[in-house]
Design a protein. Sequence first.
Length: 317
Amino acid sequence: MNGLILSKDAHIYLSLSRAQQANFSAHHASTGAQVLQMSQEDLAQVHWLLAEPSLAVEVLDLLPNLRWLQSTWAGVEKLLAYPRRDYVLTNIRGVFAPLISEYVLAHVLAHERQLYAHHEAQKNRVWLNHATGFHVGTLRGKTMLILGVGSIGAGVARTMRCLGVRVLGVVSQMRHIPECDAVGTMGDLSEFLLQADYVVNTLPNTPDTQNIINATFLESMKPTALFINVGRGQAVVEDDLVHALKNKQIAAAVLDVYRTEPLSPEHAFWNTPNLVLTSHTAAPSFPADIFKIFWDNYQRFNTQQSLSHVVDFSKGY
């Protein structure tokens, strides 16, 4: 069956398919404008699409016979917001857990070992030690609360437990999660927040997860706690987080995702104390990793088997 590869990395995916000796017929493009130049006949013959969601929404209505769309991202909000749903949507899972784990570990260590304070001290030629009231911490014996323990949350939990961190997990429906020391639902959130030295949000963007990091949530955290958001920006009430940091209700926060990206130069986050900002780079998509999942699903699709990582349009993930 014919397909279309629509990606800024389309040429890399083509090279990977050749290396795999993939026997399929596929058009390729790096922009939606290039797809517009395809003939109506060619567009009608496209049955599968490998694409970034931001590009896929530009061409969905041009592909009347589309049956399967493989997203190159984990997040598919743009596609969920689009009215067309007469195809199977699959996303990327599994490959991002190690990358997110590296990101969380880096920032938790930076927090405990006071790396930002050391950097400022170095610029000012100040020697920090116990005599000046300076102390560093350790991960060992600390507690991390992970909101959403899917493949990414479980990966973070495994990494942190290896370093002596106790892990609590919050999920929508109670279930056993071997990577966590204790698991609860949103009803257990207040109790878990009182225990957590680090709070990590990995939740997807759904109606139930929007605005959950609000004033009440932040007031329930320890004043020494660190908040990290690698889930979705819609989970955070931004003004409430700014207020909590300015008033030292929590120690610090690290954000990789935002309600609107990129952040405007006027956004309050740029000048908020004890806030580290990164530009949605916690888990970059590497084409070689993406292609492995696509290739497995392509073979399933071609033999009419069930696909892996199917997104439930009604649930939003």
